[in-house]
Every structure is written in C-alpha cells, then in structure tokens.
Ligand binder design. Sequence first.
Ligand code: PEP
Ligand code: MG
Length: 596
Amino acid sequence: MTPQVFHGIGVSPGIAIGRALVIEARRPRAKREALEPARVPVEVARLRRALEQTRAQIQEVQTRISNEVGAQYARIFDAHLLILEDRLLAEETVKCIQDQRVNAEFAVQEVLEPVRRAFSRVEDGYLRERRTDVDDVGDRILRNLLGQRPTIHVDRPGETILFAHDLTPSDTAQLQRDAVLGIVTETGGRTSHSAIMARSLEIPAVVGVEHICAQVQNHDTVILDGVEGLVILSPDREILGHYHARKQHLEYVGRALHKLGSLPAETQDGYRVRVTANIEFPAELAQAKTHGAEGIGLYRSEFLYLNRPDLPAEEEHFNVYLAVAAEMQPRPVIIRTLDFGGDKLVSAIRLAPQENPSLGLRAIRLCLHQPGLFRAQLRAILRASAFGTLRIMYPMVSGVAEVRAANALLAEEKAELTSAGIAFDPMIQVGIMIEIPSAAVIADLLAREVDFFSVGTNDLIQYALAIDRINEQVAYLYEPLHPAVLRMLRTVVSAAHNEGIWVSMCGEMAGDPLYSLLLVGLGFDELSMTPASIPLVKRMIRSVTYGQASDLSPRLFGCATAQEVEKLLRHEMRSRFPEYISGPLQASAESHTGGV
Ligand code: PEP
Ligand code: MG
C-alpha cells in the first residue's frame, strides 16, 4: 500500500509509532421511563447521588492532573465544576422528575438539551466552547446514573495511537501516559482543551486532521509526528526507519536539554535574554526553578478567585504573594492583577450577561469599575513586595487613561501604607500587558507611563486578526506569524526601547522554539513561558548570535504571508537544528491536507 501522509496541527510534540485505535464518539443516551408517584423521591435521591459522584470524579481528575502535570492544566475542569454547581441544573432537573414523573437520566437530558442547543446556535466562540463542557458534564452525570464506565478502553497499552473525531477534556484526562503513545483528532486547534490536556500529559498529538478516521483501521501501523503536525498511514520500511531514528534522536535531545536549564539564555555574541516562567499556582514554582526560570514573568492571579463562592480578602492575597516572593527571591515575580472575563470565569463575580464577553467588562476595566476588589489586591502585592522582588502588571490595557487610573489607585494605596507605617517596596515596577491592538499602536505613549511591557500574544493575535482564540472552526487562521502581528511586535519593542523601558513576551508564542530566532532578532529583553518550554528555548538562543537573528528580520518582514514567514523560519531551523525539525517528506508518500 502507498504510504499516505495527512497534515494537521501538531499540538503536542514528539514522535509516536504504534497501532491505531479508532474511537467512536458514543455519547450516553437515556430512555424515558414513566414513574409511579412513589418512585419520584427515589429518583430525586438517585439524581443527587449522581451529582455528588460526578463532582467527586471531576475533583479527582483535577487533583490527578494537578499533581501529575501541573495545576494550570487542572483549571480546565473549573468550568465543569461551575456548570455542575449551578443551582439551576439541580433544581430544574428535580422539577422535571417531579412534574413529568420521569426517570432521573431522562430528566438530565431534557434539562441540558435546550442549553446545548442554545450554546450551539451562538456565534460567540467562548460560549460554543462551553457547550463542549456542558456535554462533558452531562455525559458524566448520565454515565453515573446508567452505571456506565468511561468509554475509552485501550486494549494494547503501550502500542496505541488513538484516533477520534474529537476528545473531550475528560476523555483525554483519563488516558494514561504509558498506555497511549499518541492522539489524532479530526477537529480541534492549538488552544482547544483536549490539545492542552495532551500537551500537559506529554502525549504527542496532531489535531484538525479532517476525515482521517474513515481512512484508518484498528491495528494499522501509523506514525504521528507532533512537531510537524503529520500523520502517516501505511508507512513503508524506509519511512519507518527514518522515524525510528528521528524519535530516538528527539529523545536524546530531550535528555540533553534538561542539563541546559541552569545556563543563561545568552547568544554566542553575548546578547542576554531573560527567560522566565508563566505560572498560575504557587505549587508550580518548584517546576519553574528546576527548568531554569530566571523569575516569574507572568503569575496569573485568577486562581485565587476560582472555585469559591466569595472573594479572597486582602490577607489571603498577601499570604500567597508573600510565599511566592519569598520562594523566588532574589528572582523577580510579575503578578498580573485580576484578569477576569472573556475566557476566564470567577464564580464570586456575577455580572449581567454580556453579548461579547471578550470585548466586555473584563480585566483592568472590571478592576477600575469595582475598585474595592482591585485595591485589596494592590495593597496585598505592595505589602508582600517588602519580602521579595515583586512587580505589578495590569492586563487588557487599551489606552493611557486606564493606566493612569490604575496607577492613581496604586498611589493612594502606597500613601495609606506609608501613613500606617507598613513596609513595601517604594520602587516596585509597574508594567502593562500589550494584548489589545490599540495598546500596540500607541506603545510609544504607554511606554512613558510604565516600567515595562509584556506582550500577551494569545489575546493580541485574537484581537488583531479577529480570530477567537478558542473557536476551533477558525483555529487555522490563528497565525502568530501574520505580518500584521509581526509589525505590531516590532512597534512595541522599539517604542519600549526608545523610552528606555524593557519589554517581555508572555503569550504562548514566547515558548515556541520556532519563534525564538525571530523574537531575539526583534530585541525582546525577556521571554516568559510554560516551565517545560524553557530548556529548548534556551538551547535555541544559545546556538545563534544576535547578529544572525537580527539579520534575519528584514527577510522575515519582507514576507507577505504567515506561511512565507514560517517557511523561512523552518528553513533556518532546519539548517541549525536538524534534530528538531525533520527533513522533507518522502516523495513516495501521498499527501493529504487537513486542518483547514
Ligand atoms: C496572553 O493573552 O497572551 C496572555 C499571556 O494572557 P492569557 O493567556 O492569560 O490571556
Ligand atoms: Mg490575555
């Protein structure tokens, strides 16, 4: 048989060579059963037990993911708990059992169906993503009521590459790293929940490979290349040999990379980039340090607000920031103030429904709107700054007025602390995230107001290209290398440097080694990323000279499309790091394009 090559989106790196297992999405369904009146309370009790069981399972998955792979990934399940804990879900379902005298499983289905339909119809990608979460939670409740176990049964552990139309975060989370070698899905994008879960479990994955499930049979030999985003069916001996060698080499490189953690990210001609870590939970600090983080470039403080009915008090903020500052001392920690809204939910903050939450009352806007909330956090950061090197960063800034308003509140808090005789770092640096195009365009004006910038490309790309970062249907248009994005990055770096302030990048783009040359050449002073990405990015930076990186810039800026930029970058990478980027595909293979 002729080898067939399918192109998708590589979302979790690594090579897997194994046997296919095609999973059909078998969603549980319940039949309607009419109840005798006496059975109604029994069904209500069954429902409550199933809800409890579901909550315990989600929390268990959350704890396991948090312990095994890092707390930031466990956050995906916060949305599930929020849905489950919504009082309406329980109340409506009980009402349905009582009024219609039907079995609990049917009632759950009845209550969730209109919610699912409503979510499917909305244009907003964030809400559509919530439909997947509603399905995931609904399926769990139904399975618990029906006494079914989760569906994926891997009959050949250690050899299996899973193929599915889609996988829910719960499906992915139940997979054992050792049992499943790789994951291929027909849907999904870089930022879909199942992609994030695969990355966190370090299972190589390629998503967005259209129609592949119909082409593959159980037990077929397949190759998955999570770096290049390729899936090869019916590989011949030559291709298999090539990939076995490449896999071994990548594993060897991975082991060698770990040793790089403690070395600085310095180019061969002495240009130094600070490489720092993005974290969400203090528990991640140890991992950040062992991977060689020179500080925390983004501490997403939202975790303090999650999964609780009330808001954290100043003292609670203070204790957490104090612990973080002390543990990282003398390395700096940037605490991003509350970034609520859009894709980030906090149960204790209830806002009126917004048509476009990504463009709504969120982040710094919300903090300025509810200054009590903001002041408690600012005051706690200031107090903790007496015990380490803390920096404050405001998210989602769109203009100078917001920075001034936030800084005015900060100045008031400083004055109050001074008059109360409470210590804080009077020189504490204050920066902003550049993640809204207006901020990038007026970076020269903003640079006069703050001590540093940190570019949040996850949002900057979404707003600049009008591509919802969690909408899988337009994931193929989410292009970090779009010439418009590159021009914004260049504008921001030069505006910062012209005003004598430093500039970091803390979006996902900073941790992708493919972009390291570009970012060094642009002159970024700091790159902040998931801890696991640090060694490879350091390796890239240490292998080039600043001259080589900056000489590449004019050529990159001469490209008209993201694809052209990527081709050039891959070409450079191929010649410098052949072990990371594979050679051209075998000419004998038939090629299929998916993912668009
Ligand atoms: C970003 O937008 O790039 C960013 C780092 O912030 P978050 O991903 O938390 O929105
Ligand atoms: Mg952001």
